[in-house]
Design a protein around this ligand. Structure first.
Ligand code: ZN
Length: 149
């Protein structure tokens, strides 16, 4: 298989508002950030978050079978790092986040963040202004990817 290079598509944005929030105890951070983006009219953006989670569900995307394998984490972990973005899916703000979680020994587990129940979390969301950034189903990967071709 030939390996190419370069972006599949490119949009340009201007930085808009910087939004700082603390998430509520016992809420799902993925849904909370999406709801916050909806309430603030954020249609494109990126964020970072740190804190601690009471439990979580991570995903590993099975590239052969085109499905997420779920990794349940039922104990408290540090949210050592979380990065993600906001774009539109079916016309609504949608959060795509990845997380690195660490346990009491500093060992990490990481992946696509499907659910993260907040113990405490601080989020910095940067709003972007520019073209409509919408996800569309992609046959090749089986994922909803940015429609920027
Ligand atoms: Zn992902």
């Amino acid at each position: 298989m030939k390996v190419g290079y370069g972006p599949a598509g490119l949009f340009e944005y201007n930085a808009s508002k910087e939004l700082i929030m603390r998430l509520k105890h016992n809420t799902d951070m993925v849904q909370s950030i999406a709801e916050f983006a909806r309430s603030k009219g954020v249609k494109a953006g990126n964020f970072t978050a740190i804190g601690a989670l009471k439990r979580a569900e991570l995903g590993y995307y099975d590239q052969r079978n085109h499905e997420y394998r779920k990794i349940r984490i039922d104990s408290p972990y540090e949210l050592a790092s979380c990065v993600g973005n906001v774009s539109l899916k079916d016309g609504e703000p949608f959060v795509h986040a990845h997380a690195v979680l660490s346990d009491e020994k500093g060992n990490t587990r990481a992946g696509h963040l499907l659910e993260g129940i907040v113990f405490a979390a601080e989020v910095h969301l940067s709003q972007l202004e520019g073209p409509k950034l919408e996800r569309k189903y992609d046959e090749v990967t089986g994922l909803s990817l940015w429609d920027i071709e």
